[in-house]
Design a protein around this ligand. Structure first.
Ligand code: ZN
Length: 443
């Protein structure tokens, strides 16, 4: 299995894997410390405390630490400062620079927990708590991957940076996007990026689908409810539109299937979901009898790389136009909320190869290449910073993200830390040519 590796490479890999194994209790303890800081988003609690904790750890691992507040962002307030932390590795020679990024915000705990979501209980080989899977264990894995290389006394030819950032759960604008806009994460010097989001120890996630969020407003005409024929119900018009989407768009989407290996498999097809709908006097305790003159529906259209965004949008607009023409009094307007384009690392990326061979080494099986049905911070690396060699790899399980009793297996956490360390050695370790992954394309 290791015939293709030189002996010194094998020795280095074995040494680093042993250092990770020896740090098992420290990795768990650090994950627990992170879970105990309830960095709930919204609203974005305790970010400074969490950034400080991670920053101290990064300094101990030998990185040059900088705290970056999201100055100028409206969500960066005195009560809820958006504080990111970046640790830069010392560039040993002229080798590539690998950036490991994790978000430390977590979603609110919600209902249904049988344990305290912020106690960080360790039981039966699992760490439990909000963020155990998504993704405080991933941050611990990144930190200890770098620490293990340091403890093994290996000098890198390149460098490994670690950033821990805020607000991924709400779009990442004050987090990774801010660091990319500020040029702190840039394809000028970052060749490869790995985000340890919870896809599990055997899966490398190469990218994600696109999102088109938009509102459609139906405009009616108000009238007395007892003489509804004098008005025009915006809710009835919205009903006609929803029916047309169901009859005509649904079957069309069901014929499209992405080549991107999106998991779970049904998400390889594009989809349309109605996130919300309000109309008339919604939510009012006391009602007056009126025909609804306004109805708003929020739509969540997930699209695949095979669907050009302009066609996705034009298809919606054409159906809306068709429903209007069925009845001359009908009027709708479409208001865009957000567009995220699909991203995917190049299939032949050295980053994918390095992670895949590390998975084989540590786990004894081939890595499964997958893509995510939803988006995460990879979009900012690719779209703003121009780092196209970016993937997600981290402990999971994905299925427990955002769930009650979220947990992470300690064995999986240790395995993922080993895989990240080996991939870092492969990409930026001794004997690496001074290549530039993204740098070649981005000057
Ligand atoms: Zn996450």
């Amino acid at each position: 299995m290791r015939r293709t590796r030189t002996d010194s490479r094998t020795a280095r890999a074995d040494h680093v894997m042993a250092q990770v194994e020896a740090a098992r209790d420290e990795i768990v303890a650090f994950t627990v410390e992170l879970i105990r800081i309830p960095t709930v988003n919204p609203p974005g609690d305790f970010y400074r405390e969490c950034a400080d904790l991670i920053g101290r750890r990064l300094a101990e691992a030998g990185l040059a630490v900088e705290y970056v507040e999201a100055e100028g962002r409206p969500e960066h307030t005195a009560g809820h400062p958006r504080v990111n932390v970046v640790g830069r590795g010392n560039l040993g020679g002229r080798g590539p620079r690998l950036h490991l990024n994790g978000h430390f915000d977590v979603v609110p705990p919600g209902e249904g927990w049988t344990v305290d979501p912020f106690e960080g209980l360790v039981r039966d080989g699992r760490i439990l708590g909000r963020g155990a899977s998504d993704m405080k264990s991933g941050i611990a894995a990144a930190v200890f991957a770098v620490e293990a290389i340091r403890r093994a006394g290996i000098e890198l030819e390149g460098a490994v940076d670690i950033s821990a950032t805020v607000d991924e759960e709400s779009g990442g604008f004050a987090g990774v996007a801010h660091l990319c806009h500020e040029g702190i994460i840039s394809a000028r010097d970052v060749d490869y990026a790995i985000i340890p989001e919870p896809f599990g120890p055997d899966r490398v996630c190469v990218g994600h689908r696109g999102v088109y969020w938009f509102d459609i407003v139906a405009h009616g005409h108000v009238a007395h409810g007892s003489m509804s024929h004098l008005g025009r119900s915006a809710i009835a018009d919205m009903g006609a539109l929803l029916e047309t989407f169901r009859r005509r768009l649904g079957p069309a989407l069901a014929t499209r299937r992405s080549e991107l290996p999106v998991v779970p498999a049904p998400s390889r097809l594009p989809s349309l979901n109605v996130n919300a709908i309000t109309g008339g006097q919604a939510g009012a305790d006391t009602q007056s009898p009126c025909v609804a003159d306004r109805c708003v529906a929020t739509f969540d259209r997930r699209f695949i790389p095979e669907e050009p965004f302009e066609e996705v949008r034009a298809e919606i607009a054409a159906l809306v136009g068709a429903v209007e023409r069925e009845d001359p009094g009908r009027r709708f307007t479409i208001e865009d909320r957000m567009v995220v384009h699909p991203v995917a690392a190049p299939p032949e990326s050295p980053l994918v190869r390095a992670l895949s061979s590390a998975v084989r080494e540590v786990r004894g099986r081939d890595a499964e290449l997958v893509a995510s049905p939803g988006t995460y911070d990879q979009k900012h690396f690719a779209r703003i910073a121009g780092v196209e060699h970016c993937v997600a790899y981290g402990p999971g399980p994905l299925e427990e993200a955002h769930q009650p009793d979220e947990s992470c297996s300690v064995d999986d956490l240790v395995s993922c830390t080993q895989v990240l360390a080996l991939a870092a050695l492969e990409l930026a370790g001794p004997g690496q040519a001074p290549v530039g992954g993204s740098r070649l394309q981005n000057g």
